[in-house]
Design a protein around this ligand. Structure first.
Ligand SMILES: *Cc1c(COP(=O)(O)O)cnc(C)c1O
Length: 421
């Protein structure tokens, strides 16, 4: 059962629109209603999906710009199409901002998504049949880390490392033992649900010992890294893959960072090996996001995201949830609601009925699922530590089905419209 949010009528938007929807409303009221309904849904419920955020109106404006019309296969100065002067300018600005922001020698900003970035990294460094050591899927490995339903599991031999069943932390001695036994061609750090910082130095040392590449899949923490609120894999990894739409708060897309010696291989692996023409409106929007992420305001945001996650995690523990690893160093929290008498699926349903939107996820032990949530979006909205403490109490009430949580959630989200005006 999922919450059904009433679609807001086009005539009565609850929040100022980030862009001028006038032409769309007049031409196609059917789809305009869907988009306005989605704006209403995002404004009237609590967005705690760990991978989501609210982009700025400037990012949305770049996405809705005429660069969406432009074909630009290739790279700046070497395109397969004419008329690319301004597309080149957008991409050069995006690349220059990305390399400066992350202290990397090379950036490729064309990946359509985080998964496309990982696919290109594998294409650049591996051959089908090669062995790769990555976090096992039951512990938080991403689909691209060897799922049998994904190209990665079909084309490569994946070996999975786990976490210590008591602490929930990566056991680097296990990683080392598996690396020695399987001699992988690449080791992947990164996860969809690990709430602590990977030890990139330890991964590098193990990779060097067995002669493996180190690929850091920093899809989740890239925005924290940009803001100085999480350690950077750039000095340690051969290739860093990331998304631009999670904590980084840019458009939906991916990016890859690497040293100068791998630059050409990475670029060719993105285009023409795994992708066609770049989405230049998205590239421009990535440039806008990198510009925003280089500001002191964003650094302050990134640190607040982590503080908020810590406050929320402590509040959830006080409500009886079992928080994996005992807390978080990032924006991300994984909690087991079993002490409240339900599993993650039931908890998510009850929270959804109260207007709280989040995911379930695998727990590092047993078969039951937990819940996964993050503080990137609510922090962008301007919520504070007291709000996080309040949200934790609302979680307890919603999962125990006590009181009218939905009304309180509406009040809270109504105080912080994501696109005020
Ligand atoms: C989100 C994520 C991805 C994939 O991102 P998409 O843009 O959804 O393809 C890859 N790896 C990790 C670890 C992620 O968290």
């Amino acid at each position: 059962m999922s919450v059904t949010t009433p679609a807001a009528p086009t005539s009565a938007p609850v929040t100022a629109l980030p862009q001028d929807f006038g032409a769309l409303v007049r031409q196609d009221p059917e789809i305009a209603d869907v988009l306005l309904g989605e704006l209403y849904r995002q404004s009237s419920t609590l967005q705690l999906i760990a991978a989501e955020n609210f982009t700025s109106p400037a990012v949305l404006a770049a996405l809705g710009s005429p660069l969406a019309n432009k074909y630009a296969e290739g790279y700046p100065g070497a395109r397969h199409h004419g008329g690319c002067e301004l597309a080149d300018a957008a991409e050069l600005i995006a690349v220059q901002r990305a390399t400066a922001l992350f202290g990397a020698e090379h950036a490729n900003v064309q990946s359509h998504s985080g998964s496309s970035a990982v696919l290109a990294a594998y294409a650049a460094l591996l051959r089908p049949g090669d062995t790769v050591l990555a976090m096992g899927l039951p512990y938080g490995g991403h689909l691209t880390h060897g799922s049998p339903a994904n190209f990665s599991g079909r084309w490569f031999e994946f070996v999975g490392y786990g976490v210590d069943s008591d602490s929930g932390l990566i056991d680097y001695e296990q990683v080392r033992t598996l690396a020695r036994a399987h001699r992988p061609k690449a080791i992947v750090s990164g996860s969809i649900s690990y709430p602590r910082h990977p030890d990139y130095e330890a991964f590098r040392e193990i990779a060097d010992e067995v002669g493996a590449y180190l690929i850091a899949d920093a899809a989740h923490p890239m925005g924290l890294i940009a803001g100085g609120a999480a350690p950077s894999p750039v000095p340690y990894a051969d290739v860093v893959c990331a998304t631009t739409h999670k904590v980084l708060r840019g458009p939906r897309g991916g990016m890859i960072l690497c040293g100068a010696e791998l630059a050409e291989r990475i670029d060719r692996a993105v285009f023409p090996f795994t992708q066609g023409g770049a989405q230049m409106h998205t590239v421009a929007a990535k440039a806008v996001a990198f510009g925003e992420a280089a500001t002191p305001a964003f650094a302050s945001y990134a640190h607040r995201v982590v503080t908020h996650a810590r406050v929320l995690a402590a509040g959830l523990e006080a409500e009886g949830f079992d928080v994996t690893t005992g807390g978080t160093d990032t924006h991300l929290i994984v909690a087991d609601p079993a002490p409240l008498g339900v599993d993650g699926r039931t908890a998510r349903e009850r929270l959804a009925a109260a207007g709280v939107v989040l995911d379930t996820c695998a727990l590092p032990y047993g078969d039951a699922r937990g819940i996964r949530l993050g503080t990137a979006a609510v922090t962008t909205q301007g919520m504070d530590e007291a709000d996080m403490a309040r949200i934790a109490v609302l979680f307890g009430a919603a999962v125990r089905e006590e009181g009218d949580v939905h009304t309180e959630v509406k009040e809270l989200s109504g105080k912080y419209p994501p696109y005020p005006g």
